[in-house]
Ligand binder design. Structure first.
Ligand code: NDP
Length: 261
């Protein structure tokens, strides 16, 4: 099936690694024009070096900084035209800390990252999204939003807030022809987990460590997800074929989610 994404402009934050990078690749494969960002210029340049420069705009940007996001979005619209047809709010990371180790600064930083990661790109791209007439926003979230874990207490709370915000935005922006949905991830094999494996210093190979992790967390499919498995769900929600889907979330979690909603 043709997803109808050819020549549409999509912004993906955090495209130099993991889910963001897989999404950029999937969109380019569909013929879309893609703007992406990350904080580390070298990492971004290396990750995107093999992509068609005619259809990719990559620039450094920190989603916590409104001015930096505005420069990035302005760069994208200068390059590809005034309309933005899709926005994937993906940039970020989680904070693995239980309550007693969590400082006031941790709370502030985590809430700032999660909310700025959605609100700054939306604010900067709002006019361009409206100009599309049929735009789609996908917020990359986590099953933690619905199923909090005490070891990730700040991230769980922030994620729940973002899921709530996504619902409000879907109602608020519908009149502008903008759909808003979320993908809620379980455990996906990306830079986040390679970094945690290194930090854990368990003596286990990455594969054995992952297998133990999957068993410990009760992942029904018995393994971590792959970034491209998340990208397919994101690309589906971005597609104009999903024109009647808004205000909802798709769990991409291998069955680790216990909820039925
Ligand atoms: P990765 O660490 O592999 O990639 C994160 C990307 O975001 C990188 O390109 C990174 O580049 C960029 N980034 C991080 N912070 C910022 C920032 N402040 N401004 C701009 N870019 C930023 O992560 P994943 O692919 O695993 O994660 C993608 C999203 O999915 C994140 O929001 C994450 O929290 C969420 N998620 C992931 C899960 C998983 O198991 N992998 C589970 C649940 C949710 P740079 O560092 O150079 O800025």
């Amino acid at each position: 099936m043709d997803l109808g994404l050819a020549d549409r402009t999509v912004v993906v934050t955090g495209g130099s690694s993991g889910v963001g990078l897989a999404t950029v690749r999937a969109l380019l494969d569909e013929g879309a024009k893609v703007a992406t960002c990350g904080r580390d210029a070298d990492r971004l340049a290396k990750a995107t070096a093999s992509f068609d420069p005619d259809r990719l705009y990559a620039a450094t940007c920190d989603v916590r900084d409104a001015e930096s996001v505005k420069r990035f979005i302005d760069g994208a619209t200068n390059r590809f035209g005034p309309a933005v047809d899709g926005l994937v709010n993906n940039a970020g990371q989680s904070r693995m800390k239980p309550l007693d180790d969590t400082t006031a600064e941790d709370w502030r930083d985590e809430l700032e990252l999660k909310f700025a990661g959605v609100l700054h790109p939306l604010t900067a791209a709002r006019t361009a999204l409206r100009a599309s007439g049929s735009a789609s926003i996908v917020n990359v979230n986590a099953v933690l939003a619905k199923q909090p874990e005490t070891r990730l207490i700040t991230t769980s709370a922030a994620r729940a807030g973002i899921l709530n915000l996504s619902k409000s935005l879907s109602a608020e922006l519908a009149g502008d022809g903008i759909r808003v949905n979320s993908v809620c991830l379980g455990l996906v094999d990306t830079g986040q987990w390679t970094r945690r494996h290194a930090a854990a210093d368990s003596g286990l190979s990455y594969e054995d460590w992952q297998a133990e992790l999957a068993a410990d967390r009760g992942i029904a499919l018995g393994r971590l997800g792959r970034a491209e498995e998340v990208a397919y769900a994101i690309v589906t929600l971005l597609s104009p074929r999903a024109s009647y889907i808004t205000g909802t979330s798709i769990d991409v979690c291998g069955g680790v989610g216990r909820g039925i909603l």
